[in-house]
Design a binder for this molecule. Structure first.
Ligand SMILES: Cc1ncc(COP(=O)(O)O)c(C=O)c1O
Length: 473
């Protein structure tokens, strides 16, 4: 907003209660108002501003939680005033965070008696940043010790091209080269046949993704661990390769739905795991977590002391002040649901995802990338030369379908796949705990109706686009 233009941008306070002092008054939008206004009036104005925004429950684009129980919300509202960093002032809150870290470390099968440690964060991005820094600092410390010329070139980090943008940020912020193993349209996960070609002595680690942002698939971490084991055996006393797991969405899903799947600290070379508590941890944004399998993998330079009950307590988060309410909300969920509750909720979500996938496949127009039987993500592309059952050719694209669904209130993004498969456009439906069977049925009905409408449509607006169309979470 340019100076001068602000006068044009005024809040018309027609929303105020009839007869209120503010009724009819005009308040600047981009400049602080001179006089205070009534709290109810302020609330009403803001509510009105937000009124026509998308309904978060119908937002199929996001992995982020859009529902929490009333009791959790009350608890979170009651604890908004607590600053999570003030461990001394709020020792019981610090204890709840500590419990959450322990619960996660156990959920991820940290070795018995290991000195694992971890922290809450604002989300997976901060958690990945910390894990990346730990890998970089440890790699450098070890390289220094063995007299390796670690300054000769930038260190690098290896992962599939289906990575989330937080890793690009990490690499830019920390002068690390991002070495990307391209996915293909037939394999949207880390290519195990070629991944080791990207590794050299400057590699700080490999990131395995449990639930890629694009299709929700899992990298094969067990097979990756085997490759890393072989590499480390061959380089004994030299460069050591480690794995970080980006479990933004899978980290709090898989332990409940596929407890026997080997992807976590049961694998020796997995040294750290991050997750978003606000995805399948079922807490409102923003809370994330990162856990290291042992102190050895978190260099001491990254640990800072804050005062705690007259003593000191280690912290490693990047952020300093933030409300403790998300941590409290996360702990509420752990306490309230327990293992059985989480399993029940996640399995039900999976069932709903497979139902939606089945209905979408049944139309005969789409090819599925993910049918929701692992992560509850339904991801599909239009079949080549797709035809309706009566032989009518499909002349629309997934961006048109996305627009149509939006007319019914559903937000379902269309986007192109990452490097290696960028010519493919897909659409993704992220199922979450609050997508009930009724809501899923309503979605399927609207979806079919959109397909019928598009068959008859005379005007189609969208050309195929490249890029993720803004949906990267
Ligand atoms: C695989 C992956 N990593 C990291 C992130 C970043 O998570 P957050 O939004 O919690 O920072 C996401 C977000 O969707 C993700 O899917």
């Amino acid at each position: 907003m340019l100076y001068g233009e602000e006068n044009k941008a005024k809040l018309r306070s027609m929303a105020f209660g009839y007869g209120s002092k503010e009724k009819g008054s005009v308040i600047p939008k981009y400049r602080l108002n001179e006089e205070s206004i009534d709290p109810d009036a302020a609330k009403a104005l803001i509510e009105n501003q937000l009124l026509d925004e998308g309904n978060s429950r119908l937002n199929m684009a996001t992995f982020c939680q859009t529902y929490m129980e009333k009791q959790a919300v009350e608890l979170m509202a009651e604890t908004l005033d607590k600053n999570a960093i003030d461990k001394s002032e709020y020792p019981q809150t610090a204890e709840l965070e500590n419990r959450c870290v322990n619960i996660l470390a156990r959920l991820w099968n940290a070795p018995k008696n290991s000195d694992y440690l971890g922290t809450s964060t604002v989300g997976s991005s901060e958690a990945c940043m910390l894990a990346g820094m730990a890998m970089k600092f440890r790699w450098r410390d070890k390289a220094k010790k063995r007299g390796f010329d670690y300054k000769a070139k930038n260190p690098n980090l290896v992962m599939s091209s289906a990575y989330q943008v937080c890793w690009e940020k990490f690499c830019v912020y920390w002068d690390v080269d991002l070495r990307v193993v391209p996915v293909t349209k037939n394999n949207m996960t880390l290519d195990l046949d070629t991944v080791m070609d990207y590794v050299d002595e400057y590699t700080i680690g490999i990131v395995g993704i449990m639930g890629t942002t694009y299709t929700g698939e899992y990298d094969d971490i067990k097979a990756l661990d085997e490759l890393v084991r072989k590499y480390n055996d061959e380089h004994q006393g030299g460069h050591e390769l480690v794995i970080h797991i980006d479990g933004a969405s899978g980290g709090m899903f898989t332990p409940f739905t596929e407890p026997d799947l080997l992807w976590d600290f049961r694998l020796d070379n997995v040294v750290s795991i991050s997750t978003s508590g606000h995805k399948y941890g079922l807490t409102y944004p923003g809370v994330g977590w990162v856990v290291w399998r042992s102190k050895e993998y978190l260099p001491s330079e990254l640990i800072f002391e804050v005062s705690y009950l007259g003593g000191q307590m280690p912290t490693m988060a990047i952020n300093f002040s933030r409300s403790a309410s998300q941590i409290v909300g996360q702990y509420y969920n752990f306490l309230r649901f327990g293992r059985q509750g989480y399993s029940h909720i996640h399995l039900k979500t999976q069932e709903i995802a497979t139902l939606i996938a089945d209905r979408i496949e049944h139309t005969g127009l789409f090819e599925l990338y993910n049918e929701g039987s692992r992560m509850p993500i339904v991801c599909y592309k239009l079949k080549e030369n797709a035809k309706y059952k009566d032989g009518t050719e499909v002349v629309w694209n997934l961006y048109d379908l996305s627009d149509r669904l939006r007319m019914h209130g559903w937000q379902v993004p269309a986007y192109s796949l990452p490097d290696g498969a960028e010519e493919v456009t897909v659409q993704r439906v992220v199922c979450r705990a609050d997508l009930t069977f009724n809501l899923a049925e309503a979605f399927v009905m609207d979806f079919r109706e959109c397909l019928d409408d598009l068959k008859k449509a005379h005007v189609l607006c969208n050309e195929e686009k490249t890029g993720s169309y803004g949906y990267t979470h």
